[in-house]
Design a protein around this ligand. Sequence first.
Ligand code: AMP
Length: 113
Amino acid sequence: MENCLFCKIIAGEIPASKMYEDENMLIFKDIDPKAKNHYLCVPKSHFKLLADMTEEQSEMLKACFKKIPELQKELGLENGYRLVINQGEDAGQTVFHLHIHILSGQKMGWTPA
Ligand code: AMP
């Protein structure tokens, strides 16, 4: 997808601190971390919202959710972690290529506002 930041990172046109990559996903460090550990897991196929997802993309997302716990050591998830998917304006989505935030390494509160 033209002009999509995460498509450009996946294509290697913009640098990122990569943690894991396979045919379905790329996992890299968030540039502006909101927790001690903050990674983004990005399916390689471009779509903005879960509501837009095709069957094929849902398989890709499933692969992401399967892989994340397998990387608990590499990503520092041993003591617990939080996954967040911001969807649309109220949630504050700023990059319109679906991604899973992976947050860990500290105790986290529960205050969406
Ligand atoms: P969201 O607000 O849910 O769309 O999340 C977008 C995330 O992308 C934010 O947490 C940003 O800090 C992160 N981000 C923006 N640009 C970059 C970049 N070049 N490399 C890594 N993370 C980025």
